[in-house]
Design a protein around this ligand. Structure first.
Ligand code: AMP
Length: 364
């Protein structure tokens, strides 16, 4: 059985690493000469909308999936006409546009921060009266890791933030004073079977995820599962999905969802009975989903900008290193490490050592 993946970065690489023990083969399509999943399997080298390559991908793969949500609708349609493509194109179309995504949350009764569509600078005055200060201006499309965003603290911030958009459609969102950022990773298989991982508590800096920690018996688990379940069912979803949420005084509000495996689920490789990557494969292949229960205390720390020295991490007990085989570059995720242990005190100390090391290497 061969799985095709649009995108050949670290997510595709970790999907392949999870699939080889299950006897699966992989093929990726990526325009990068140095795509890091291309070291593990056949890579079709070229643009994501190259129809010759897409047809080859569809012909060679039994099922196609992807590692990013900005897949053009025409590409998803082209592939769907030739082979099975999961998650469904509607999930892509919704997640790649912040306005459609927020409207969809509202339709499903999933609360969000206040938001509004903005199409001109003149419109802002009325919109800000409704949203309140401070707020965030976000491009509707192609925003990730905090890119395409500007915080609006005073009316003087409006004009420069608007100009920086260079005409890109945008929404403005109330800046919520959250207590925590959490995410829930959920999986739904072709057969409709559903599974949820424990909530992860996430620490971001400058819009980029730094640390994700598995929460045990979180009081908000049930609420998060309820919201994720609504998304899975409304989209007739197949695969792994990540829902990112803010915790406010009254409970959870949704920020965004990713129709794919997610950085806040990397801890599951060693920290759960079955990783998010394996469960994504099980889901899209219609196989039974694996146990999502955690194994001890687990958290993951990202390395951004520069690779750590392997020896520094390998010298740490109960710590697992994942180098993505990517060259260091400002703001680029190049590696992560996961701590998994039954001892809470050891856990706290290892995570703080890792976070220290990562922040010294971080040039974002
Ligand atoms: P996003 O690209 O929308 O996930 O935003 C990146 C990060 O910016 C989030 O993980 C939050 O830390 C922060 N952020 C985004 N939207 C809001 C908001 N409405 N209020 C407060 N912080 C936010």
């Amino acid at each position: 059985m061969k799985v095709g993946i649009l995108g050949g970065g670290q997510l595709a690489r970790m999907i392949a690493l999870a699939g080889y023990p299950l006897g699966l083969e992989f093929i990726v399509l990526d325009p990068g000469e140095d795509a890091c999943a291309g070291l593990l399997c056949e890579q079709l080298l070229g643009a994501y909308d190259d129809q010759t390559l897409l047809a080859e991908l569809a012909a060679k793969a039994d099922v196609v999936t992807y590692e990013f949500e900005n897949v053009p609708a025409e590409v998803a349609a082209f592939l769907s006409a030739r082979t099975a493509v999961y998650p469904p194109p509607q999930a892509l179309a919704t997640a790649q546009d912040r306005l459609l995504e927020k409207d969809f949350f509202q339709q499903l009764g999933i609360p969000t921060p206040p938001y509004a569509d903005v199409t001109s600078l003149q419109q802002f005055t009325g919109v800000m009266a409704q949203i309140g200060w401070p707020a965030i201006l976000k491009t509707r499309r192609m925003g990730y890791d905090g890119k395409g965003q500007a915080v609006l603290r005073t009316p003087e911030d409006l004009a420069p933030a608007w100009q920086a958009l260079e005409g890109a459609p945008a929404i403005v969102e109330g800046f919520v004073a959250f207590k925590r950022e959490v995410s829930i990773i959920a999986a739904r298989s072709v057969s409709g079977e559903v599974a949820f991982y424990p909530l992860a508590q996430n620490l971001h800096n400058k819009g980029i995820l730094r640390v994700s920690e598995c929460c045990h018996g979180d009081a908000l688990q049930e609420q998060a599962e309820g919201y994720a379940r609504r998304l899975l069912e409304a989209l007739d979803y197949v695969g792994v999905l990540a829902l990112e949420l803010f915790e406010l005084d009254g409970g959870l509000v949704a920020n965004e969802f990713a129709p794919r495996v997610h950085n806040s689920g990397h801890w599951t490789i060693e920290g759960a009975q079955t990783s998010q990557f394996e469960n994504h494969l099980r889901a899209i292949l219609g196989w039974p989903l694996g146990d999502t229960r955690p194994e001890g205390f687990a958290a993951m720390v990202n390395f951004i900008g520069n690779n750590p020295k392997s020896e520094d991490i390998l010298a740490m007990p109960q710590t697992h290193l994942h180098l993505y085989h990517k060259a260091g570059r400002k703001g680029r995720k190049v590696a992560h490490a996961t701590v998994r242990t039954g001892d809470k005190a050891v856990y706290a100390s290892l995570i703080s050592q890792l976070a220290d090391l990562a922040s010294r290497l971080d040039d974002s």
